[in-house]
Write a protein that binds this ligand. Structure first.
Ligand code: GLN
Ligand code: ZN
Length: 769
């Protein structure tokens, strides 16, 4: 088949678009509604307006099959729960009284009922609401939203393709409802769920949908034979339905692997596969499976979750290969564009040349359309686009920003020894004990103290020019004084300055490192109405001057006790940014590590004896497939060590990670060779301490005894009981006393009492030793 004869078939499409609107209109309308300032009708109008303009934007960019149903007031997994009637018992009355308020009650909770739990959508920074299911769950179909949005787009003259979370992924993302046995497997509900999907599909067909997309990203993870079998059954049954639209089963984020032959054999009309992440593996697997005879292949060749322009020639070559493997090849972004900002055209502060290296949702839609045109009409039909693309890629590749000889020379000269402390832990520990003279069960906090309104106002005032830098710094100093004097009075042993000068633990450093860019309008949804603006790690990373030394030394000048230096580690700096895709992540992490290494050494030279390097993201960027994890953990742990190994034995390196389950990375926690690690543990009753002990973790640890995710104040007795539990696993010489995480989201009153109780608990348990 030549590219020309495929011409009629190649359609450009995407699976979803950012929901918020260019000026975050949706956020404003929803939050206004919550406050009672916006009516439900007006909120609905805003939402419909945004959908309309998003479809139009896609159509204008050249997309001819637009997604519907991807829009959400909060989260598309929650929409799916509503669609299948999986409303938890505790939210039923709210939903019955008012569908919209009930929906928000499930998302955010109310005075009386807890919301659904929220967790990360695969390895992205988007969070979904976890469905709660049990053996008693009865599903019922509610296709209202899906049908309405489909009809809306149809009436506007588009060719809409509804996008639903697929039934297998939906169940695999669910958890046992409260009160249901923890080992309940939601997948056992598949046979009950499929007829409900069948009804929704029939309703969409009746409304005129030719195609419906079912997203099954969970199938790119390692799956058991039983799970693959469930996928096979699901699509056999849905495929066998009578009045149904054509089915496009979509996967993204990694290699489809063992699930590929399962779906290839299923009686569905199309598969959508990611050819950006794991492109080579997916191509290989597809060829091995003998291609998709008789099926439509939607090829995700434009990366839907980074912000870099596509290499059009490379994508065309992939598409050309795929032409031989399916009946019809269409072009798409690899996943929903939800994960990227809307439009580079809204950026005012980024240099025009650099802006041409970036593609946000609108630009990606355009790339998809250009590629479809090139696939159908041959490269001659897109000559101008190819020329411009080549020039932009060359400008990026040849730029001094992406290639700083000094940074490269230094990274190239790294030796193994640079990533190792000069003495083993036991020796260092002795030196640190002598140098620091801390009591047994030393108390500390994780870094941040409450981010008060005054602090936020000070930052806003500085931005608006209401105060100057000197005025701002005065306010920060006052805050640091207060934070320190409270800690001294409370009797905490290792103090922190409280991080009042930091807007965000990644952004703060990104703003000071060369090689990072900031966007003005690059908002992406984190969850609900919370949007973040990840910095863009665009080039070679270097540190023009110390980033934290002045604040830390100021804080240290106010007290005799040790003040911890506080940095964000290389893995977290990458995880919460848009990272360059033109070199391996490990190379980028190494550059960040070297910049941090200088900061660590400057802190030490300025008299800081305890330095904490936070890596809360170490676990969340763990690759979806186990086969890719060793390589990731290798560079992740190496870059941590590189950033922290340049210090004297007596300087104590801390790290912090906040999650309660870390079985998969316990070896990595050991491998980073930090002297002290603080971890989240309060809610799991020190489970982490037991896991560390079982692993034989040899260094010091502070499993949290104060759950900072709740405004609740733990009593001294409660904290003491947790400490005693900790002591059963970790000997007193190696146990620290601290909260689960930073205190920036807490208020002062509860923070004060909680920390006083924590210090009292440490004293009580010390006396028992
Ligand atoms: N040092 C940071 C803080 O206390 C750590 C935050 C985090 O773990 N996410 O705020
Ligand atoms: Zn934390």
């Amino acid at each position: 088949m030549t590219a020309k004869s495929a011409a009629a078939a190649a359609r450009p499409t995407v699976y979803g678009f950012p929901r918020q609107g260019q000026n975050r209109e949706l956020k404003k309308a929803i939050e206004g509604y919550w406050k009672g300032r916006v009516t439900a009708d007006s909120l609905r109008e805003t939402a419909a307006g945004l959908r309309r303009s998003n479809w139009q934007l896609l159509a204008d960019a050249g997309i001819d099959e637009v997604p519907t149903g991807d829009f959400s007031y909060y989260d598309h997994v929650l929409d799916t729960s509503v669609m299948v009637g999986a409303v938890p018992e505790r939210h039923r009355s709210a939903v019955a009284a008012d569908a919209l308020d009930g929906f928000f009650a499930m998302a955010r909770g109310t005075q009386d009922v807890a919301p659904l739990e929220m967790t990360k959508w695969f390895d992205t920074n988007y969070h979904y609401l976890v469905p709660e299911l049990g053996p008693g769950t009865e599903f019922t179909a509610d296709s209202t939203k899906q049908v309405a949005e489909f009809k809306e787009a149809l009436a506007l003259g588009h060719t809409p393709r509804p996008v639903l979370v697929g039934p297998v992924t939906y169940l695999l993302l669910s958890k046992p409802a409260p009160g249901v046995a923890a080992d309940f497997d939601p997948l056992t509900l598949l046979d009950r769920l499929l007829p409900v999907y069948g009804e929704v599909l029939a309703d969409l067909r009746a409304a005129g949908a030719e195609w419906v997309q079912l997203d099954e990203p969970a199938l790119v993870q390692d799956r058991t034979a039983a799970e693959l079998n469930a996928a096979s059954r699901a699509y056999r049954d849905l495929g066998a339905l009578k009045d149904r639209p054509k089915l496009l089963v979509a996967s993204y984020f990694d290699r489809l692997g063992e699930a590929l032959p399962v779906l290839a054999k299923a009686p569905v009309e199309g598969l959508a596969i990611d050819f950006t992440e794991a492109a080579a593996a997916n191509l290989d697997d597809l060829a091995k499976a003998g291609g998709l005879k008789g099926k439509r292949l939607v090829a995700g060749v434009v990366n839907g979750r980074n912000i870099w322009i596509n290499d059009l020639e490379k994508s065309l070559s992939t598409l050309g290969t795929l032409l031989g493997l399916a009946d019809r090849v269409d072009v798409a972004a690899s996943c929903s564009l939800l994960h990227v900002p809307i439009d580079t055209g809204a950026e005012r502060d980024i240099d025009q040349q650099i802006l041409r290296w970036l593609a946000f949702a609108r630009q990606k839609a355009n790339e998809v359309a250009v590629l479809a045109k090139g696939l159908s009409g041959g490269t001659d039909s897109i000559t101008a686009d190819l020329t411009a693309n080549r020039a932009d890629l060359a400008s990026r590749a040849g730029s001094a920003i992406t290639h700083d000889p000094a940074v490269r020379a230094r990274a190239g000269a790294i030796t193994d020894a640079d990533g190792r402390r000069s003495q083993p832990y036991t020796e260092r520990a002795k030196a640190q004990r002598e140098h620091l003279g801390l009591p047994l069960l030393p108390t500390t906090t994780i870094g941040s103290f409450p981010q008060t309104t005054e602090l936020r106002t000070a930052r806003a005032d500085l931005r608006k020019g209401k105060i100057d830098t000197a005025g701002y710094e005065e306010r920060i100093k006052t805050e640091i004084q207060q934070v320190l004097s409270f800690q001294e009075k409370a009797g905490i042993d290792v103090l922190v300055h409280g991080e009042p000068e930091r807007n965000d633990m990644v952004q703060y450093f990104a703003e000071q490192l060369t090689g990072y860019l900031a966007t003005q309008q690059g908002w992406v949804q984190s969850y609900g109405t919370r949007y973040v603006r990840p910095p863009v790690l665009a080039g070679d990373i270097s540190r023009p001057e110390p980033m934290t030394v002045p604040w830390t030394t100021y804080a240290q000048s106010l007290t005799q006790r040790p003040v911890k230096g506080m940095l964000t580690g290389p893995v977290t700096m990458l995880a919460w940014s848009f990272v360059r895709d033109d070199q391996p992540l490990g190379d980028t992490a190494r550059q960040v590590a070297l910049a941090l290494r200088d900061e660590v050494q400057d802190l030490e030279a300025a008299g800081t004896s305890v330095i904490q390097v936070d890596e809360p993201a170490l676990r969340e960027t763990l690759p979806l497939r186990a086969a890719n994890r060793p390589a990731y953990l290798e560079w992740a742990t190496e870059s941590f060590r590189l950033s922290t190994s340049g210090v004297r034995p007596a300087t104590q390196i801390h790290t912090h990670m906040c999650y309660a389950e870390f079985g998969d990375i316990i070896q990595a926690i050991d491998d980073i060779d930090a002297d002290v690690i603080s971890l989240e543990a309060a809610r799991s009753h020190m489970q982490v301490a037991r896991e560390l002990a079982a692993h034989g973790y040899p260094r010091e640890a502070g499993p949290g005894v104060y759950d900072i995710h709740s405004p609740r104040v733990p009593s001294a007795d409660e904290a003491a009981a947790l400490l005693r539990k900790g002591l059963e696993a970790i000997p007193a010489e190696r146990l620290w006393v601290n909260p689960d995480c930073g205190l920036k989201t807490r208020g002062w009153p509860e923070t004060r009492t909680s920390l006083e109780n924590l210090v009292a608990a440490a004293a009580t348990v010390r006396a028992e030793l």
